[in-house]
Design a protein around this ligand. Structure first.
Ligand SMILES: CCCCCCCCCCCCCC(=O)SCCNC(=O)CCNC(=O)[C@H](O)C(C)(C)COP(=O)(O)OP(=O)(O)OC[C@H]1O[C@@H](n2cnc3c(N)ncnc32)[C@H](O)[C@@H]1OP(=O)(O)O
Ligand SMILES: CNCCCN(C)c1ncc(F)c(N2CC(C(=O)NCc3cnc4ccccn34)C2)n1
Length: 409
């Protein structure tokens, strides 16, 4: 298990980089610190104990003078659009600045309003004079199981500061403010992911990509033609059947929710860290929504039993300055359970659907039991890594991706 965190940090530690790589903000936070790596004397569990609610800072943190806090009401078309525009122009890009995530408005409404969500955890920063939205951070509540403890946590996501306001230490203020509002709801842990290494990952996951539209992926620089590969060979290599193979494979419907909930809870209980889902949460996260989330079940025609299901979410990327294409249509595997249909065949059917829906690429992380099917189904290892983090919760050692049952948006 070459790229364990310890190995990564040890390599850093060996180099001069790590010694100078300070984390002025993260050193002040209740998270595992790089200097403590390898020291397994710490107990597993919360790093800091809860504060009495009366002692939690009641008023928001101070922003630089020209700026003010705002709650982004995602029910409002106008405000949802402001959030969409901010993220479309300023959110995560790849290292070569070829692509930028383009989360859609309906996706943001879906991702930010699960059962039990808090409006005031959708936090924006505006310029006082112009009211322009220039920063954003969100959290949603999640019941996370860590080994055999269910811990009420928050999932923090969509941290974004406008390009013109970078490197002004605004991010730590955003993080402290969302932390304060979560503390006010008597929640003391969080989960988050990032494409960058921070103190200290729970696990490091690898992205894998299954080419669906080889010509476009090569034209936009997402993939390269191998040196023995011609375009026509690439098109043939990635060709998929025109229809799915599994009998009883169909779109998920509301009547499937109770059975899918039982399947998913059973499956996720195998992992060291995984969210718990009740019926309402399965209905929210897994019922199909056009251009947001696609979900399928396999129903046995005799017994009427639902034996498997598969879901993926839609997250396009803007293609930055390419003459022929403006958008990369990407599908990301979400949650899936296979009890009768081999996961290989289930995933192949999902690929067939994604190709029919004109996705260009189908992405998957090596979490859960994904790794075995990735190689079989012609996924290529990506260069993007996704680091998972817990806030104020220590595990004795980092996890393998296959011990993680959590997929974040
Ligand atoms: C109990 C409840 C707890 C709740 C809170 C749980 C924690 C939640 C944590 C957030 C989970 C977010 C999950 C996602 O959304 S991951 C996606 C993050 N968003 C993007 O990458 C979009 C494009 N980039 C930007 O908008 C800005 O570069 C951001 C806003 C990311 C940083 O702005 P900027 O570039 O202008 O920097 P700064 O001068 O203000 O601040 C520099 C400090 O910020 C630390 N930094 C930089 N990037 C990240 C990052 N992705 N997570 C955590 N910390 C980050 C950095 O190490 C440094 O601290 P230190 O190294 O000196 O110590
Ligand atoms: C905080 N939420 C974490 C999930 C956000 N997600 C989906 C994400 N976080 C970091 C990544 F590294 C990443 N990767 C998917 C792989 C990929 O497709 N790389 C090429 C590419 C195409 N478009 C973009 C846009 C931005 C970055 C890379 N891009 C790498 N995905």
């Amino acid at each position: 298990f070459q790229n364990t965190i310890e190995n990564i940090v040890q390599k850093f530690q060996g180099s001069s980089l790590q010694n100078h790589q300070e984390h002025k903000f993260w050193e002040t936070q209740p998270v595992g610190q790089f200097k403590d790596l390898g020291d397994s004397s710490f107990p597993e569990g919360p790093i800091e104990q809860p504060t009495p609610l009366s002692e939690v800072k009641q008023e928001p943190y101070n922003l630089p003078t020209l700026y003010e806090w705002t709650v982004c009401d995602m029910d409002s078309d106008e405000i949802c659009n402001e959030v969409y525009v901010l993220l479309t122009n300023n959110y995560v890009e790849d290292d070569d600045n070829l692509f930028r995530f383009n989360y859609s408005k309906e996706f943001l409404r879906w991702g930010l309003r699960p059962p039990g969500y808090f409006k005031n955890w959708h936090i924006g920063v505006r310029v006082k004079s112009s009211k322009k939205l220039v920063a954003f951070i969100t959290a949603i509540p999640v019941k996370m199981r860590v080994r055999d403890e269910v811990v009420q946590m928050a999932e923090v996501n969509f941290l974004c500061v406008h390009k013109k306001l970078r490197s002004k230490r605004l991010a730590p203020v955003m993080i402290k403010e969302v932390t304060r509002r979560i503390h006010l709801e008597n929640i003391w842990q969080a989960a988050y992911t990032a494409g960058i290494l921070l103190p200290t990952p729970l696990t490091t996951c690898q992205y894998w990509h299954r080419t669906l539209n080889p010509k476009k992926l090569i034209d936009v620089g997402f993939s390269r033609l191998g040196d023995r590969m011609t375009m026509s060979r690439a098109i043939k290599l990635y060709k998929l059947p025109n229809s799915t193979a599994t009998p009883g494979f169909r779109k998920m419907e509301i009547r499937d929710v109770p059975k899918v909930t039982i399947l998913l809870r059973g499956y996720l209980s195998r992992f060291v860290v995984a969210p718990t889902f009740d019926d309402a949460e399965v209905a929210h996260w897994l019922l199909p929504q056009e251009n947001v989330v696609d979900s399928f079940v396999v129903e046995n025609s005799e017994t009427r039993e639902v034996t498997d299901f598969f879901s993926f979410y839609t997250l396009p990327s803007s293609i930055l300055n390419n003459p022929n294409y403006s958008t990369l249509k990407a599908a990301y595997t979400f949650y899936h359970v296979s009890t009768k249909t081999p996961l290989l065949q289930l995933t192949q059917d999902a690929l067939v659907i994604a190709k029919q829906k004109e996705f260009d690429v189908f992405n998957a992380l090596d979490v859960m039991e994904n790794e075995p099917f990735l190689k079989e189904l012609k996924f290529g290892r990506g260069d993007g890594q996704l680091y998972y983090y817990l806030y104020n919760y220590r595990l004795r050692e980092s996890l393998k991706p296959s011990e993680l049952g959590l997929v974040m948006l």
